[in-house]
Design a protein around this ligand. Structure first.
Ligand code: HEC
Length: 287
């Protein structure tokens, strides 16, 4: 009878082993980076720092939450987050010097109101208006006509005036302007459009590297029973994960499917990578 997997990892040439080891290092690191990014992105979805089941609930199903003053502070408008120290857009704003920095910050902290969008001297006399600051520092990229950041436009084109309705999308605080009031709010889940985009980005790429790792895993000399359990694990986890993103919209408990799938995917992929590395470098060469 023919061997089911005539190519054994241990018998591969040195260049093949080095290449595969580098590939696995990249996949493993890529996975860790992705996991870290998910933690950063989703951990404040429920308004409370730190990753919890409520973050998944808020992201995929929507969540009723009690909004306190601390939560308002922890979840500023995206624009405020990006222009504060550490924010990625701060460098563009600082080209306008102190007046631009304090005026735009103050406008955003006061709730980004339409009435004051075109008001100069918000903090000190002579400070430019939020509209002027955005026109000078931001619309160059944030415009709808082919700008670097045309996904989040503030004006129709690079020289057009910024429009409040466009700016407001990222300038309004998630839970309204700062106040000490405590109230119950509903956090809406990500839009179907955004979820479709994320699904599209993941559904074609993740199975490809998962398959590559799993095929290598199947080429190890490990027992068939072990392979039967471990080999399909990551791929099935991907199906469950992506399926549950959508299922969680109407059916809240599906968020536990997302959690379980995430854990199984990580564990399965990690185990497969370790087995492949072990077989590559320390496996028995069949006689
Ligand atoms: C040189 C081009 C450029 C300039 C100037 C610029 N931005 Fe951006 N901005 C970008 C790009 C590109 C992105 C998308 C990057 C990313 O988040 O992946 C972005 C993202 C953002 C986001 C995040 C959008 C989101 O989806 O959360 C905000 C908010 C933002 N910019 C605000 C500003 C503000 C306010 C200014 C002016 C002070 C500004 N930007 C100036 C290029 C620019």
């Amino acid at each position: 009878m023919m061997q089911p997997y005539p190519i054994r990892l241990a018998t591969l040439s040195l260049p093949a082993k080095i290449t595969l080891t580098a590939f696995l290092a990249l996949v493993g690191t890529g996975y860790l980076v992705a996991a870290a990014k998910i933690n950063v992105w989703h951990s404040e979805a429920d308004g409370v720092p730190g990753m919890s089941a409520d973050d998944l609930r808020a992201t995929y199903h929507g969540l009723e939450t009690t909004v306190t003053a601390q939560i308002r502070e922890a979840l500023p408008a995206p624009m405020l987050r990006e222009i504060r120290p550490g924010g990625s857009m701060r460098k563009h704003l600082l080209k306008g010097g102190d007046p631009a920095e304090r005026a735009l910050t103050a406008w955003l902290e006061q709730g980004a109101k339409a009435e004051t969008f075109d008001k100069t001297g918000l903090v000190e006399a002579g400070d430019p208006s939020p509209k002027q600051i955005i026109a000078q520092r931001c619309t160059e990229c944030h415009h709808a006509d082919g700008g670097d950041a045309q996904e989040t436009p503030y004006a129709a084109n690079a020289t057009a005036e910024p429009q409040y309705e466009l700016v407001a999308k990222l300038a309004l605080p998630a839970f309204g302007p700062a106040t000490d009031k405590t109230e119950v709010r509903r956090i809406e889940p990500v839009s179907a459009r955004k979820l479709l985009h994320v699904t599209h980005a993941h559904i074609l790429s993740i199975p490809v590297f998962t398959l590559a790792v799993t095929v290598l895993f199947l080429m190890t000399g490990l027992g068939q029973g072990f392979k039967l359990v471990v080999a399909p694990l990551p791929m099935i986890a991907v199906c469950v994960d992506i399926g549950c993103w959508w299922l969680a919209r109407p059916f809240e408990p599906a968020i536990y499917g997302i959690m379980a799938a995430g854990a199984l995917f990580g564990a399965g992929l990690g185990l497969q990578i370790l087995c492949v590395l072990g077989s590559l470098w320390f496996g028995k060469r069949p006689a």
